[in-house]
Every structure is written in C-alpha cells, then in structure tokens.
Write a protein that binds this ligand. Structure first.
Ligand SMILES: Cc1cc2nc3c(=O)[nH]c(=O)nc-3n(C[C@H](O)[C@H](O)[C@H](O)COP(=O)(O)O)c2cc1C
Length: 212
C-alpha cells in the first residue's frame, strides 16, 4: 500500500484573488469546463453529503445534471437514504474531486425538490433502460437477490413496450441546491495550497482566503 506513505507534489499552478470571477457560479462553470477539457473521467461526478434524521452523516457519488446562475441540480430517488435525509434536513454538501487537476470545489447549501416539470424533463432525457430502472428500484432498500430486480425489469418492459411512454414515478426527481458557500481549492507545492471561499450574505458574494 505505497499510496499511504507516498507524497505527491501538487505542482505550481496558483489561484489568486485576481484570477477568479467575483461570481463563484461563473468561476465554477469555468472550472467544470476545464475539467471536461482536461479529460477528467466523469467531470460532473460529485460527492453529496447529507445528514440523516438522527444526525448521522452520509455521503455518496451523484452526477451533476443541471447548472445555472443560481444553483446546482441532480436527480435521485426521493425515498432513498439521501432522499429521506434531505426531507429531515434540507442541507447538503457537494464535493467535486478533480484530483487530476489538483483541484476540488466544495459547495454547502440548501436543497429542495425541483418542480414536477423539471423532474419530467430530466426523466424523459434518460435512456429507456435507465427510466425502467428508476421505476424498478426502491433505491437503498434491501433486496433478496439481483434476480428479483431483473424479474421486475422484465415485467416492466412487458408493461411498457418500446413506443409506450414510461411515466416518471412519484419517488424520482430532481434536487436543486442553492449554494450558501463555495470553496475553490488548488493544490500547491509543499502543501501550501490555495483556498478561496465565497460566502453568500444579503444577496451578494464575499470572498476570503483560507489557510491551507
Ligand atoms: C459515478 C457514479 C454516479 C452516480 N450517479 C448517481 C445519480 O446521479 N443519482 C443517484 O441517485 N445515484 C447515483 N449514483 C449512486 C449513488 O452513489 C448511491 O449509491 C445511490 O444514490 C444510493 O445512495 P443512498 O442510499 O445514500 O441514497 C452514482 C454512483 C456513481 C459511482
């Protein structure tokens, strides 16, 4: 397990206050585009952190599906562990781990369900197989075996043959995250990293540098 003791130097790319857009959503879009250009695998993958009803934290990877001037969107099952956590505590962290660029972005914010129109839009964009799977899976619940799920898929495929509309299940939809803070992290030589933290206050963004 060499990785536990090796020490990667994170290079000399810098992040200064004058480099970043005063609007962190614009800066984020530029960082995502940079990760795409650099060929980062699944650049829109993020680790979503939530807090269960009893205060237990949990995290999992989810794909970012929507981004605009004021928020981030992903899709999921509202009855899953994360869905239940968000019903209890509508707060979330989103961590984008762009290790290949020695970068990460951490967003903290509030979460709400998207409108049914927006959820329909995301659902209808999915390949047919993924729509059937969303119908078949009670995400995060135990199942006796994979064969049970595969049998359910076959039943649903018979119920909704090619050409027949697959309805979006009530338990599936979008989650919109409105950021309260966004931190941009750039790895630097000798662990003297750059960290710029944007925080929203009274409808405006403020920025401060954090120690590495
Ligand atoms: C690369 C990758 C992308 C994923 N994308 C999603 C996604 O967009 N939505 C989703 O609900 N789960 C996604 N998952 C699965 C989640 O990580 C997780 O297993 C699932 O949502 C159940 O999480 P929960 O039990 O904590 O609610 C993805 C997993 C990986 C590894």
């Amino acid at each position: 397990m060499e990785s536990l003791t090796s020490h990667t130097d994170y290079g000399s790319t810098s992040l200064s206050e004058s480099d970043v857009d005063p609007d962190p959503m614009i800066e984020f879009a530029a960082w995502l585009a940079r990760a795409e250009e650099a060929g980062v695998y699944e650049p829109n993958a993020m680790v979503v952190g939530t807090v269960d009803a009893d205060g237990t934290p949990s995290a999992r990877t989810v794909l970012l599906k929507g981004l605009d001037a004021t928020g981030f969107e992903f899709v999921t099952n509202y009855s899953s562990r994360k869905g239940r956590a968000l019903s209890a505590h509508p707060v979330v962290s989103l961590l984008f781990p762009w290790y290949a660029l020695n970068r990460q972005v951490i967003v903290l914010g509030t979460a709400e369900r998207t409108s049914s129109e927006v959820s329909d839009m995301y659902f209808n964009r999915r390949p047919r197989g993924a729509r059937v799977a969303a119908l078949a899976s009670a995400q995060s619940q135990p199942v006796e075996g994979r064969d049970v799920l595969e049998a359910r898929i076959l039943e649903l495929e018979a119920e909704y043959p090619e050409g027949v509309d697959i309805p979006r299940p009530e338990h599936w939809g979008g989650v919109r995250v409105t950021p309260a803070s966004i931190e941009f992290w750039q790895g630097r030589t000798s662990r003297l990293h750059d960290r710029l933290l944007f925080t929203a206050a009274d409808g405006a963004w403020g920025m401060q540098r954090l120690q590495p």
